[in-house]
Design a protein around this ligand. Structure first.
Ligand SMILES: N[C@@H](CCC(=O)N[C@@H](CS)C(=O)NCC(=O)O)C(=O)O
Length: 203
């Protein structure tokens, strides 16, 4: 069965798109237009009641949450995209958990402050903290880099990290202060599969 990825440009769904392409999976894309409110349409809420992307339609049902989808792709389509060694697999999950729980949330404080407060002043104050909180995230992520990749060999954790690294400059982070992260960014983008999908995500 062909997998269907629901996605929108400029979002974390790029990580899943790049992983599907890396895995050589049989998939099709359903693009949402956030400005037109596609994410809250009845048709999309029937796919993902959270009104967010990514969502992946698999033979067994619909899967949401980037980390879960990335691990499912690795397990079912391309085992080499997750380390087999337990320690390295844990390291890959450590980074992905941090991206989902912290770095992505920091970024959302700039893009989607209305999720936390209806008060424009509170939203503005959240937005003003983003350069600092994203810099903290970059500092932690850089401190965990030991070799070329997050966890020994290229994995879905690198793809996930790369997607978030693309936001840093726009979030006010001095990216030149994080040369090892930026080198990883360039290494991931140099992969032919990633280079094929990245241009489709320019907002
Ligand atoms: N925890 C989810 C977060 C997904 C998420 O927040 N996606 C954003 C785009 S980056 C979204 O769909 N936002 C829609 C909206 O806020 O209207 C994951 O990791 O997949």
């Amino acid at each position: 069965m062909t997998l269907t990825l629901h996605l929108a440009p400029g979002t974390i769904s790029l990580a899943v798109h790049a992983a599907l392409e890396e895995a050589g999976a049989d998939y099709e894309l359903h693009w949402l237009d956030f400005k037109a409110g596609d994410q809250t349409s009845d048709a999309y809420l029937a796919v993902n009641p959270k009104g967010r992307v990514p969502a992946l339609e698999t033979p067994e049902g619909i899967l949401t949450e980037t980390m879960a989808i990335l691990e499912w792709i690795a397990e079912t389509q391309a085992p080499a995209l997750m380390p087999s060694d337990p320690w390295l697999r844990a390291r890959a999950r450590e980074t992905m958990t941090y991206l989902a729980s912290t770095a992505h949330v920091n970024h959302a404080h700039k893009m989607r402050g209305h999720r936390w407060s209806d008060d424009p002043a509170a939203q503005e104050s959240m937005r003003a903290k983003v350069p600092e909180t994203m810099t903290d995230s970059a500092r932690w992520l850089e401190s965990r880099m030991e070799g070329d990749w997050v966890a020994g060999t290229f994995s879905v954790a690198d793809i996930y990290l790369w997607t978030v690294l693309r936001w840093l400059e726009g979030d006010g982070v001095a990216v030149a202060d994080f040369p090892r992260l930026m080198a990883l960014h360039d290494r991931v983008l140099a992969r032919p599969a990633v280079a094929r999908v990245a241009p489709q995500h320019v907002r």
